[in-house]
Write a protein that binds this ligand. Structure first.
Ligand SMILES: NC(=O)c1ccc[n+]([C@@H]2O[C@H](COP(=O)([O-])OP(=O)(O)OC[C@H]3O[C@@H](n4cnc5c(N)ncnc54)[C@H](OP(=O)(O)O)[C@@H]3O)[C@@H](O)[C@H]2O)c1
Length: 240
């Protein structure tokens, strides 16, 4: 069987673009579908009926991740690449002078930080059966403490920093099992992250997806102790 990749948050934006590109390369793709109905993925399934599996998935729910794993293992005996792409922005306007919405921050952590942890926790047996044993965590430059210039975006920035730490912990634990982890700032993309299409962003999700796949190949033999935290625009390593 061809290699198998699982992409979370695959209905649109970067996740959808990664699914389309991997299908084009001949991969089997399991696409995590968050909205009830996904016209995009249903149309893609018409093009790739045998190699695309659409799986309902809310990464903020442990039950949903476990159900998704049951569906996945019903079809596939192994997972080669897990791409933790699903993410939300949360509130980016409140400053320290405002009344902070802690529930919003917790929701953002549930998706951006704990979502990838749930996915690895539950999908690990299949990942260890895979040939590549690769985890790709889509972070953001906003999670870099070393490069921090913002004064707010509390939920998003802190949840991505937590994802970065989580990636380092998992790399330490799973290295001797042959698992490798890559962290990406995918670039500023023309997607729906802010609730509507961001026309000002310079990068199309399809371009970002192609560059991520290029960098996955380029960093194949990366030997650092920490996962590389890759700026997808430049190929450089970001400060933690
Ligand atoms: N756009 C940028 O410029 C940018 C920059 C840096 C990093 N990133 C990161 O890149 C990744 C992809 O973002 P994008 O720009 O493609 O955004 P997007 O178009 O909003 O896509 C995010 C996807 O995640 C899904 N999702 C939301 N909550 C979920 C949940 N609980 N469980 C599973 N899926 C869920 C969304 O579904 P719904 O939309 O239907 O809710 C959507 O399909 C994110 O991790 C983001 O933080 C983006």
């Amino acid at each position: 069987m061809n290699e198998v990749v699982f992409v979370t948050g695959a209905d649109h934006g970067l996740g959808y673009a990664l699914c389309e590109k991997y299908l084009g390369l001949g991969f089997h793709v399991a696409a995590g579908k968050y909205p009830e109905n996904s016209v995009n993925l249903a149309e893609l399934k018409k093009v790739y009926p045998d190699r695309l599996e659409i799986i309902s998935l809310d990464v903020s729910s442990t039950d949903s991740v476990k159900n998704a794993y049951s569906c996945f293992t019903g079809k596939f005996s192994r997972l080669d690449i897990l791409i933790n792409n699903a993410g939300i922005l949360g509130d980016i306007h409140k400053t320290i002078y405002d009344e902070i919405d802690y529930d919003d921050i917790i929701r953002t952590f549930q998706v951006n930080s704990l979502g990838p942890l749930r996915m690895v926790n539950v999908f690990l047996p299949s990942l260890l059966n895979g040939s590549r044993k690769l985890i790709v965590n889509i972070s953001s430059e906003a999670g870099s403490i070393g490069n921090c210039f913002r004064k707010n975006w509390f939920g998003y920035t802190m949840s991505k920093s937590a994802l970065n730490m989580e990636s380092a912990l998992l790399q330490n634990e799973l290295r001797d099992k042959g698992v490798r982890i890559l962290l990406f700032h995918p670039g500023w993309m023309r997607t729906m992250m802010e609730g509507k299409l961001n026309e000002n962003a310079p990068t199309l999700p399809e371009e970002a997806a192609e560059r991520i796949m290029y960098h996955i190949d380029k960093f194949r033999d990366y030997k650092g102790d920490l996962p590389p935290y890759i700026n997808n625009d430049t190929g450089e390593i970001l400060p933690w």
